[in-house]
Design a protein around this ligand. Structure first.
Ligand code: UDP
Length: 360
């Protein structure tokens, strides 16, 4: 069996790692990677291939830096000839980026079956580019590999046939378990940054709804800065957020109050997450990793796709309307603990995905 995996953004490298490992351990399966180029900086891409044991991409499309329409169009143009040449049995796509949609669309038009890992997530916010990518990819795909029962239910409500849907668990849980153990031995991030276990807040910010809206961005950075007066705040800065801060002239001011660092590799990230007192983020993946490592999380958004985290008490939603809302939420949630969550499975989602692909 031959699979073509299309990916291009940081969270997809992490999701692909456990699945690629299971695929390579399965006889008679060959995986070919297409990297669209959506994330291209070494610290947003290369470091993950080096650290996580993902096969080297056979194709690099070099698409990035444009608008959503430009990127998706160029990716489609680049993926189609690869699929015509490789003629795979499956195209595998992950998550909710432009690379996900382009991979799915190129494949269905060529009548090649598409499997979507992380199917069925919904924020019900159509302003998010990710939400459009999720909905369209799910409706194009032949095999919908859902991470949670809530995701299964979302797909059912949209009328997608049950025969296409499988609850396999969350591949990010697989990754967190495996690389979490490695990070304990391999990462020196805390020492390098001079951070004490449980002595800092870890923050990440990159969603367009926060970076592209100066009022929200100010609420986030001013709110985090107020917290930093009491507890250090370390923040690996996503390239999009760096650009937004530079454009507004806020980069230096933020640097004086927060510990702004370059994006880090996954092992360092996991070490920083595991040892944080609290995580404040607008990332999807980081919200869950906080729970996997038993760390309370404040989500700097109006809603979340990972509703189980909020229901179980681990995650507090703090829509960044003003700085004090953000600071108050973080202070209030510093020592919060929640209930265990069954929804993400048992850390063997990747194996189930490979079984679904090979036994169909
Ligand atoms: N991550 C990382 N280094 C960083 C920031 C994040 O390895 O400097 C990881 C993080 O642990 C998670 C993934 O990247 O596994 C999340 O990606 P991101 O927040 O970009 O995307 P989202 O999950 O919101 O789609």
């Amino acid at each position: 069996m031959k699979l073509v995996t299309v990916l291009g953004a940081r969270p997809q490298f992490i999701k692909a790692a456990p699945v690629s490992r299971s695929l390579s351990a399965t006889n008679g399966v060959r995986e070919i990677l297409v990297h669209t180029g959506q994330h291209f900086d070494d610290n947003m891409s290369k470091v993950f291939f080096d650290e996580l044991g993902i096969p080297k991409p056979k194709y690099n499309l070099g698409v990035g830096g444009g608008t959503h329409g430009q990127n998706t169009g160029r990716m489609l143009e680049g993926i189609e000839p690869v699929l015509l040449y490789e003629r795979p049995d499956w195209v595998l796509v992950y998550g909710d980026t432009d690379s996900t949609l382009a991979g799915a669309l190129a494949a269905v038009k060529l009548h090649i079956p598409v499997a979507h890992v992380e199917a069925g997530l919904r924020s019900f916010n159509r302003h998010m580019p990710e939400e459009i990518n999720r909905v369209l990819t799910d409706h194009a795909a032949d095999l919908l590999l859902a991470p949670t029962p809530t995701a299964v239910e979302n797909l059912r409500r949209e009328g997608l046939p049950e025969a296409r849907v499988r609850w396999v668990g969350d591949v990010m849980y697989d990754a967190a378990l495996h690389f979490g153990r490695l990070a304990d031995r391999a990462s020196t991030a805390l020492e390098r940054l001079g951070l004490e276990p449980r002595g800092y807040v870890l923050a990440t910010v990159h969603r367009a709804e926060n970076t592209d809206d100066p009022a929200r961005l100010e609420a986030v950075f001013e709110g985090l800065s107020r917290v930093a007066a009491e507890l250090p705040v370390a923040l690996p800065l996503h390239p999009r957020t760096r650009k937004a801060l530079e454009r507004l002239g806020w980069l230096e001011r933020s640097r004086e109050r927060l510990q702004l660092i370059e994006p880090v590799g996954y092992l360092d990230m996991v070490a920083l997450e595991k040892n944080a007192r609290l995580i404040a983020t607008d990332s999807g993946g980081v919200q869950k990793e906080a729970y996997f490592f038993g760390v309370p999380c404040v989500t700097l958004r109006d809603e979340t796709e990972w509703v189980e985290l909020v229901e179980a008490g681990w995650n507090l939603l703090a829509p960044p309307r003003d700085a004090e809302t953000v600071a108050r939420a973080i202070r209030a949630h510093l020592d919060a603990r929640g209930r265990p969550i069954e929804a993400y499975g048992d850390g063997r989602a990747a194996e189930r995905i490979v079984t679904e692909l090979t036994e169909r």
